[in-house]
Design a protein around this ligand. Sequence first.
Ligand code: LMR
Length: 409
Amino acid sequence: MTSVFAGVPQAPPDAILGISVAYRNDKDPRALNLGVGAYRTEEGKPLVLSCVREAERRLLEDPSLNKEYLTQSGVPALCQGSARLAFGEGSAALREGRNATVQALSGTGALRVGAEFLAKFYPGPKTVLIPTPSWANHKAIFETAGLETVAYRYYLPATRGLDIDGLLQDLEAAPEGAVLLLHACAHNPTGVDPSREQWEAILEVATRRRLLPFFDSAYQGFASGDLDRDAASIRLFAGAGLELLLAQSYAKNMGLYGERVGALTVISRDAEASRRVESQLQKVIRGMYSNPPRHGAEIVAAILGDAELAAGWKRELKGMADRIMAMRERLFAELAALGTPGNWDHLRNQIGMFSYTGLSRRQVADCLTAKHHIYMTLDGRISMAGLSAESCKYLAQAMDDAVRNYGDE
Ligand code: LMR
């Protein structure tokens, strides 16, 4: 008898996570995974931060903690701490109780719950404006919730910079009141962020056309090494009094990838609306996974709530950001030493854990991956956080080979 599932088609491998699978199957000693955005030490090993180890030790010894269910909103100290981290101590929205903040399964979960909430309750157009390019999962997350996605221009390959004119034109032309997805900092995959003046221009259009900003903040503190600086865009929009959504992740900045810790905040115009919003977020969560897991959230709450642990975290965060910036300089220097054709300034100018190299699909697939065992996404994105001084040299040689001997189509 044939299976009732016989007609299920094979799904394609995930554009990012599928690359880690291919890497694990490659037994060549030179194999290098620059696909997924995950921090590695100079020795190429995953890093558990000391503040996380210490927080876990304290949690283990705390007799008051148990394994009871959380509410749908999660650990209260995680929610309050996350909102303060993003919006700042002086935030009027927080002071006035205009935020509904719930724990989420990292940034993806926050986006997903936010998307579900918007699909049910947002009275404006069910259209989400997404930059081109964007993180490969954004479109899927919003469309799974039944929202339509529409692209807006973001990156200009010719300048390897922001297409601010195209971006503003597309926001002008979008349906009034559409949801506007913005990367808070360290745009993934391009590493190209708007300047302060450009953020102000985006804010002006968003305000005038009543767009609803949905910030994805996956790299606070990890981009520049400074938590406040990386939250500047969020604070600019919240400070201007806009209603907005914010997805936060602790995957990168606390190295809690697999613990799946994050938060979703909805800022409303009045505190009373916020309480009703939170009740509906809870309802969405109850229907999806009932309530979130405790362990990772308690780690984050312990770090955010303790001056000594928080100070240690900031030091380690700065250390990770600095190492990534050093890798940018290093890769640039290795390419310069090889005299690799082309301009590679963008490697130094882009921000965050990724570099958008400008390598073509063919150069990536046929040269870097097939020939040199270097795994990266086909759009030419590399995780700078996966490099070491040693592997920078190997990568530069492979890139040199690709540029000289493989087409750039
Ligand atoms: C990435 O872009 O590599 C990360 O955000 C990991 C992921 O889930 O895709």
